[in-house]
Design a protein around this ligand. Sequence first.
Ligand SMILES: [Zn+2]
Length: 141
Amino acid sequence: MSNTYSVCASCESINRVDTDRALAKVPTCGKCGKDLPMHSLVSEVSAAGLKKLLAKADRPVIVDFWASWCGPCRSYAPQFEAASKSLRDAVFVKVDTEKNQALASELGIRGIPTTIVFKNGKEYRRESGVIPEAAIPSLVR
Ligand SMILES: [Zn+2]
């Protein structure tokens, strides 16, 4: 059994969710009961949600910074989701840079997709562009 974290889009509670259960059915928030914003084992988070998560997570957090208008981001999403299923000792999240522009500029993100790995709340590694699924696990090492 393994678990991951998701941040509720309604009440911003951090939920610890069982990965096998999350893959079978979209999990709901333990606090308010709404569906958690998860696709596969990837959670959509806001800037505030990401900061909460980074303060709490006891394992690497891998963030895909993307936007809906970005073609390469759309081709990257399935690879990122596939990696979330094989690398279960990390938390996978995505941040929409259109909706969270202040965070994107705070982090100095110039192009998307950009993948940033955080360890102990601090940036550990950053890669831009589409990363093949098989290469994603090496980012946390
Ligand atoms: Zn909630």
